[in-house]
Design a protein around this ligand. Structure first.
Ligand SMILES: NC(=O)c1ccc[n+]([C@@H]2O[C@H](COP(=O)([O-])OP(=O)(O)OC[C@H]3O[C@@H](n4cnc5c(N)ncnc54)[C@H](OP(=O)(O)O)[C@@H]3O)[C@@H](O)[C@H]2O)c1
Length: 266
């Protein structure tokens, strides 16, 4: 086998140039000194803060170009990871967008093919294509990440996280609007459930969850900050989310959870 670093715990943060993805990289590097963080973004040259982080953690942080709408980027990274590490222990799909305009649609007149298409490409299709290429590597991972498994027959429990949003809950939708974002996250939740079934078969099951981070102080939520009573810092939200991730067992797979580990209804 050509893998040379099978014992290195490997995490991938997809969408790491800013916001929650960048913070996941920072906190993961701080929390686990053994962990390799593979940070992906569509334009590494413009990811200034991520590049500074890389220069401070040269042996533990790698930046790779992945535009999550580009299947060949995803395939190329998966081939690299397969060749070099042979597995993945944690995959976080963080990239997301509200709408190309930067604001959710307030009514039907704002809905367009282009708005829907581009939001679905980044929020829903990209994470699923990531799962297509990294699912087999996740099925080989998990043993060194320190994640707990309550089922003693299942030794490996790698984790796949799709960053969702509470507004993707169909049962919680009391206000309407935000067609592209709500629909793309509802569909992402369905993809997560499907993945939990397909990657949950056999011996080396992968725990697949959709997580809501709270409303967090990032560019994505910026147009709405003045209406938010409890705006989280990225540091706080990611610390909570990693507590959730570290507490997951195989019985949690397929769940839609918030930063405080409460379960949301689809
Ligand atoms: N912030 C909140 O309050 C909140 C609430 C609920 C859920 N979420 C979810 O949490 C996740 C992270 O959001 P955030 O608040 O951190 O957003 P953000 O600060 O706006 O960052 C969005 C990230 O997505 C990346 N991205 C966009 N299109 C991409 C593409 N085609 N390929 C690769 N990367 C792409 C951006 O990269 P560039 O720098 O290249 O643009 C950036 O790194 C999203 O899935 C979001 O829906 C956030």
């Amino acid at each position: 086998m050509s893998c040379i670093l099978m014992n290195t715990p490997v995490s991938i943060v997809q969408g790491a140039s800013r916001g929650l993805g960048l913070q996941f990289c920072k906190t993961l590097l701080n929390q686990n000194k053994e962990l390799l963080v593979i940070a992906t973004c569509r334009n590494p040259d413009k990811a200034h803060e991520l590049k500074v982080l890389e220069s401070q953690n040269t042996s533990r942080l790698q930046i790779h170009q992945v535009d999550v709408r580009n299947e060949s980027h995803i395939n190329a990274l998966s081939e690299f990871v397969k060749e070099k590490y042979g597995k993945v222990d944690l995959l976080i799909n963080s990239a997301g967008m509200l709408h190309p305009s930067g604001k959710g649609e307030t009514s039907l007149k704002d809905v367009s093919f282009e708005g829907l298409r581009s939001t679905f490409e980044v929020n829903t299709i990209g994470p699923l294509i990531m799962a297509k290429y990294f699912g087999p590597l996740l099925m080989k991972g998990g043993s060194t990440f320190g994640l707990r498994s309550e089922d003693t027959k299942v030794r490996h429990s790698a984790v796949l996280v799709n960053m969702s949003a509470k507004v993707g809950s169909i049962s919680d939708n009391g206000l309407g609007g935000w067609y592209s974002y709500r629909m793309s996250k509802a569909a992402l939740n369905m993809a997560t459930k499907n993945l939990s079934i397909e990657l949950g078969r056999g011996k080396n099951r992968v725990i697949c969850v959709a997580l809501h981070p709270g409303t967090v102080d990032t560019d994505l939520s910026r147009p709405y900050h003045k209406n938010v009573p409890k705006l989280f810092t990225t540091e706080y939200s990611v610390e909570c989310l990693l507590n959730v991730i570290n507490s997951l067992t195989v019985s949690d797979t397929g769940k839609y959870l918030t930063y405080d580990r409460s379960e949301l209804q689809f």
